[in-house]
Design a protein. Structure first.
Length: 265
């Protein structure tokens, strides 16, 4: 699409509100990141004539270039986007696939009300024929309403966590909430087909553990000593050769207390 339409109260969407709350003090930056993400998906929707593509897959570095963000911040915000019900995020190796099906809903709503598509480009007969043939081919790959095992992108309905898998998770990743992550895993549509779902589940749990560690480390508050050392640099106070680090921190603290007191007078 050349442009996309969305509700003016998008920031108050339930999922977006959770996303912004999780971003904390960076909520404005996080919202800007989300909007650029929507723009990236919208531009991809116009990349294939007559076929709406609501997915974009790039490396974390490339997502950083697109969103003007450091790769660490990109990974953080993309994982936060998982709390938005209509944004699907899938990490695979060094790449991340983002799918936003709601973009089609926004487009269809505009088309229904105006009678025009956002980019005002009609689908040609040849494009329609190619789309029909592609959809027909996809239907031919189905058997009894389900994809063949080698073509599955979503865990089978009867997938269960065996005792061996439970013991493996408890031994290697005891802090990961297995029931919660398994429920998310069973709802997920993967970028590439899977055949070994036990292995896919293990990878999912491992990635959940890594995300947990990254989230905890990013949210950890700096120690009192680190805060004082940072304040010393801010106040341009150099550590003297004859004082220990503890003495240096005490001196910074005393100077800061005097500074605060003088400002309050």
């Amino acid at each position: 699409m050349r442009w996309f339409k969305h509700m003016s109260d998008l920031s108050r969407d339930e999922g977006v509100s959770r996303y912004l709350d999780a971003a904390g003090k960076d909520r404005v930056t996080a919202y800007g990141f989300l909007m650029i993400l929507l723009e990236a998906i919208a531009s991809r929707m116009a990349s294939k004539k007559g076929h709406l593509v609501c997915t974009a897959t790039y490396s974390i570095t490339q997502w950083g270039r697109i969103t003007y963000s450091h790769p660490n911040r990109v990974a953080k915000y993309l994982r936060l986007c998982e709390v938005i019900g209509w944004v699907e995020v899938e990490f695979e190796g060094g790449s991340c696939r983002v799918t936003i099906p709601k973009m089609v809903e926004w487009r269809d709503e505009y088309t229904r009300k105006s009678g025009h598509t956002p980019d005002k480009v009609a689908q040609s007969r040849a494009d329609k024929k190619r789309t029909e043939e592609r959809e027909k081919g996809q239907e031919g790959a189905l058997s009894d309403g389900y994809p063949k095992e080698s073509q599955r992108r979503k865990p089978p309905p009867d997938f269960e966590i065996t005792k061996d898998l439970q013991e493996w998770a408890a031994a290697n990743y005891p802090s990961v909430p297995i029931e919660k992550e398994t429920a998310k895993f069973k709802r997920w549509n993967f970028l590439t087909p899977r055949s070994d779902w036990d292995a896919a589940w293990k990878t999912w749990i491992q990635q959940a553990s890594e995300y947990q560690v990254n989230r905890n480390s990013s949210s950890a508050e700096p120690s009192h000593k680190d805060q004082l050392l940072a304040l010393g640099k801010e106040l341009d106070l150099a550590k003297q050769s004859d004082e220990s680090e503890a003495q240096y921190c005490d001196r910074i603290d005393q100077i800061n207390q005097r500074r605060i007191k003088s400002q309050s007078l």
